[in-house]
Design a protein around this ligand. Structure first.
Ligand code: FES
Length: 295
């Protein structure tokens, strides 16, 4: 079936599931046969995936999932892509039951992505929960190992090194650590219960680095709102550039429903509601109005 265009995004009705396998507790890697999206998608962009059960209307809505990685043929041509998701409700539970050979509605690439590498220097990624997902492709690109999004956007100078600070509740939720390490991204872990890495919040790992005088070229964070607000505050206090990828609820993913709006500070300092799916999900941390609870 051919791809349809909607608001610059490709609708891929009935994309074939190539893999859908658990990689940690309640966490799955989904590989989709959608070469057009794989060719165009950038780190930090996302796709909407709808996993309705056969013959049922529920769940009607898609779910947004960030790009994890792209697979290529021997010639380098992108052929498929992966997302990683946590099972947290009926939609993702239905998705976890899909098997290779099943088909899903997929539309994307959506959103703005992370932008060019801030190199040279060091990139610091901070992730909470399943927020590590967008940083594998981003690390590969910023380290200069891989280019995503055919002909899209300036790429910048590569960074010399990249580290992922990765916080989860317990060790069994750690997903994809070996993938990051294979990509040359250092990983430091914090767990709430101390079952892996440092016991405590991932923001403590960040605070210690900054207090020790380390100055990354950029901090990029993805995770729960309280974690993002804490990261934004640390970055501001230490004068380090910081972007955050927001995980707002999204119903359509392409700007039509306004379910994803969040207050973003304008040049005059006043907040204005912006659609995270179109103008985000990546925003400069100092533009997000952290005093308001809608993200
Ligand atoms: Fe519909 Fe953003 S999800 S406008």
């Amino acid at each position: 079936m051919s791809d349809l265009c909607t608001n610059n995004a490709l609708m891929r009705p009935a994309a074939l599931v190539l893999e859908n396998r658990p990689i940690a507790r309640d966490t799955f890697l989904l590989r989709l046969d959608a070469a057009e999206i794989a060719r165009r998608i950038l780190p930090g962009q996302f796709v909407m995936v709808r996993a309705s059960e056969e013959g049922a209307d529920d769940p009607l809505l898609g779910r947004p999932f960030a790009l994890y990685d792209v697979q290529r043929k021997g010639t380098g041509e992108p052929v498929s892509f992966d997302v990683v998701y946590l099972v947290i409700g009926r939609g993702t539970a239905a998705l976890s039951r899909k098997r290779p050979g099943d088909r899903l509605d997929v539309w994307g690439p959506l959103g703005n992505g992370f932008g060019p590498s801030p190199g040279p220097g060091h990139a610091l990624f901070v992730a909470g929960g399943v927020g590590q997902t967008p940083f594998l492709a981003l690390g590969r690109e910023w380290l200069g190992a891989t280019t995503y999004g055919e002909g899209e956007s300036p790429k910048g100078s590569p960074v010399e090194s990249a580290t992922l600070l990765y916080g989860v509740r317990s060790a069994d939720l750690l997903a994809g650590v070996a993938d990051f390490e294979r990509a040359g991204i250092r990983v430091e872990v914090a767990t709430d219960d101390g079952s892996a890495g440092r016991a405590g919040f991932v923001t403590q790992l960040l605070a210690e680095r900054l207090q020790a005088g380390q100055r990354p070229a950029k901090i990029v964070a993805c995770g729960p709102p309280l974690m993002l607000a804490a990261v934004a505050g640390l970055a501001r206090d230490h004068g380090v550039a910081c972007d955050v990828s927001l995980e707002n609820h999204m119903a359509c993913g392409f700007g039509a429903c306004f379910s994803c709006v969040t207050p973003i500070l304008q040049d005059d300092g006043r907040p204005d509601l912006r659609r995270v799916c179109v103008e985000g999900p990546v925003f400069p941390a100092d533009r997000v109005d952290w005093s308001r609870p809608s993200h």
